[in-house]
Design a protein around this ligand. Structure first.
Ligand SMILES: NC(=O)c1ccc[n+]([C@@H]2O[C@H](COP(=O)([O-])OP(=O)(O)OC[C@H]3O[C@@H](n4cnc5c(N)ncnc54)[C@H](OP(=O)(O)O)[C@@H]3O)[C@@H](O)[C@H]2O)c1
Length: 266
């Protein structure tokens, strides 16, 4: 039964960066105890060590994970998906299969899973580890209403669930899945600038990180246009507009757009 989030048994095939971030977010938020999470990976010894930290059940075989779980998250690198699905293809029928693999959409899973298997393609991001993630989901899926409700109840506790058309999933992945790397570079750069102007590094990072979190929260909670948020900080002839002008001169917006273009192969 998967009628409530707390009764779910959740499996991970692959327990690397993304799977651990999801498990960490669920366990540390209290959304799901580690004892209800099952995982397998390429190297069992390494898995045991990471699973133990979260109280997650480590399994040697993918089949054991599938048998123990209502929801099975496919969290291996995209090129390995077919290889890990093939031996458990029949066992996955009747489960809810959640993909987190980049570039693997509804049509792909229809072609490799047993007919009638319930599945959903998603792209999460690593801030899900601290309950502030994004899970971009393809609008087209084949979960039952009950499975969908349980999925949203569970992951909605640690992430914004955003539904997008299949052809936009890779763009959503570039913005929200790759975005943490860009945001981390911005954070590091602000830290370097603070240090250049004599702030202790730890202080500079804390100030910059809290500022980024607060700015994001302000936008999410008010829906205010980013341009209006920028204008609200720029008084005429003031200091902030001088910084904004320097960023524009150096092509800040263009650099960010170029980064997404590079991922999308544009
Ligand atoms: N990282 C991100 O920010 C991010 C964001 C969105 C989506 N994703 C997606 O998440 C997926 C995983 O990425 P990742 O960054 O977590 O990769 P990762 O850290 O390299 O983890 C991959 C996991 O797969 C395991 N694995 C390898 N071969 C296996 C097999 N035959 N059977 C079972 N498990 C096997 C690995 O185990 P061993 O290490 O023991 O070999 C490891 O636990 C990818 O499809 C990626 O597109 C990642």
């Amino acid at each position: 039964m998967v009628d409530t989030a707390s009764s779910i048994e959740l499996g991970f095939i692959g327990f690397g960066n993304m799977a651990q971030a999801m498990a960490q977010g669920l366990v540390n938020s209290g959304a799901l105890p580690g004892g209800r999470i099952h995982a397998c990976a390429g190297h069992f010894d390494k898995l045991q060590a990471t699973a133990e930290k979260l109280g997650v059940n480590a399994h040697r075989e993918a089949a054991e994970v599938v048998e123990a779980s209502d929801f099975v998250v496919l969290a291996v690198k995209p090129y390995l998906i077919e290889q890990v699905v093939e031996p458990v293809r029949d066992l996955l029928a009747g489960k809810a299969v959640i993909s987190v693999a980049a570039g693997r959409d509804f049509a792909f899973y229809e072609s490799i899973l047993a007919p009638g298997t319930h599945h959903l393609s998603t792209i999460p991001n690593t801030p899900i580890a601290v309950g502030a993630g994004v899970v971009a989901c393809e609008q087209r899926h084949s979960l039952t209403d009950e499975q969908l409700g349980a999925f949203v109840n569970l992951f909605g506790q640690i992430a914004l669930i955003e539904w997008v058309d299949g052809k936009l999933l890779s763009t959503a992945s570039s913005v929200a899945g790759c975005g943490p790397a860009f945001a981390a570079i911005f954070l590091e750069a602000l830290g370097d600038a603070g240090v250049k102007h004599c702030l202790p590094r730890a202080t500079a990072y804390r100030l910059a990180a809290q500022m980024m979190m607060g700015t994001a929260k302000l936008h999410l909670e008010t829906g205010e246009h980013p341009g209006a948020m920028k204008d609200a900080v720029c008084s005429p002839g003031g200091t902030t507009i001088k910084g904004v002008a320097a960023l524009e001169k150096d092509g800040f917006r263009g650099c960010v757009i170029d980064a997404i273009d590079a991922i999308q192969g544009a």
